[in-house]
Write a protein of this length. Sequence first.
Length: 445
Amino acid sequence: MAASRYKTLVDAMASDIRAGRLAPGARLPTHRGLAAREGIAVVTATRVYAELEAMGLVSREQGRGTFVRDIAVPAGHGVDQQAVATDAVDLNFNYPSLPGQADLLRQAMREVAASGDLDSLLRYQPHSGRPQDRASLARHLRRRGITADADRILIANGAQHGLAITVMATLNAGDVVAVDALTYPGFKVLAHAFHLDLEPVPTAADGPDLDALEKLCATRPVRAIYTMPTLHNPLGWVMSATDRTRLIGIARKYGPLIIEDASYAYLVEDPPPPLAATAPDITVYVSGLSKSIATGLRVGFVVAPPPAVPSLERAIRATTWNTPALTTAIACRWLDDGTVNRLEAQKRDDAKSRQAIVRQELTDLPLIGHPSSYFTWLPLPEDARADRLTATLARRHISVTTAEPFTTSTHTPQAIRLALGSTDLDTLRSALRTVRRVAVEDACA
């Protein structure tokens, strides 16, 4: 088949998908069916589908076929960041998925449909979640080192919503919040929306500079400390037990609330105890299943000191009334039957494999990250320009993130964050080779 004929077919199908002539979710012909319809070889039909998949226009499910993707919803979303182009290799956002997850969901939906309480899932739920679902989360949290009664646990629509209701329930406009100089962009957006005063704390090699944090608390009325002690995003550190003890001591001395974000904590085996386990009376613990299971599974949870629970419930009522019961029911089934534990273990192994590839392909570059993290931080020489590097990579159809979305201080470091979980291993390896080549060329420019 002539190259022009092959490209014409790819372009025609891509045009039909983008124009809606091929509807989202539509099952496409089998490879043999496409070959017979177009009069091409099966190997060429396979190549056509592979290119459409690389463009983000179709998805393939083992044993089921090839389906049109809903391109109205980009494959990844960021806060105050542009969506990744459908034809780009996504090293910007993380949405790790494992083979067979769609089959797990299909089976779970069948089980829920056959259950006796299906009608109850169609009604309003308690604002903080059904008692049995909060009990499932309590059992799950015990495996993470947190012993909490179910009445201290509230179910949210993902960890981001958990952070939002925590801010709404515990802070006021103008409150000073201590944050790392590089931190999760989603919290920055919340701070802006609720008019919080973020005070950046310098970072050390394995956590925040606690001397600087204590000095800040001694000189300003800090109302909260936002921290990610287990697998910091974007730097990947895990705070030591000693530093956790000191951070808690600072909070007890000066009075700020601790907001502990544990969204990526599942990737670390045997970390020190969560802050919420040691200081449950002054810590709000926020996490969820979107990172560990699937980004579309918007089930988060908040563990709070008892006095904060009523305010958190009001915040849930004001924002979403309650978490969708069907989604929560599926998530809690997976918590109880061990599916979540299995998927988390598999994703830890997957992340380790991806980190190993990073270290093979970006050897001799000053990488910062945890060996089982889904992201890596790459500092650039001071005379380099991260935006120029990012633009060059974008022209080569690779999307990465600069330090700007993560920065809370006046100085934005020249660095990029590489998200590793959103592409297959071969594509990741190839993209990293391009990143290395462009980074070296930029440094020599």
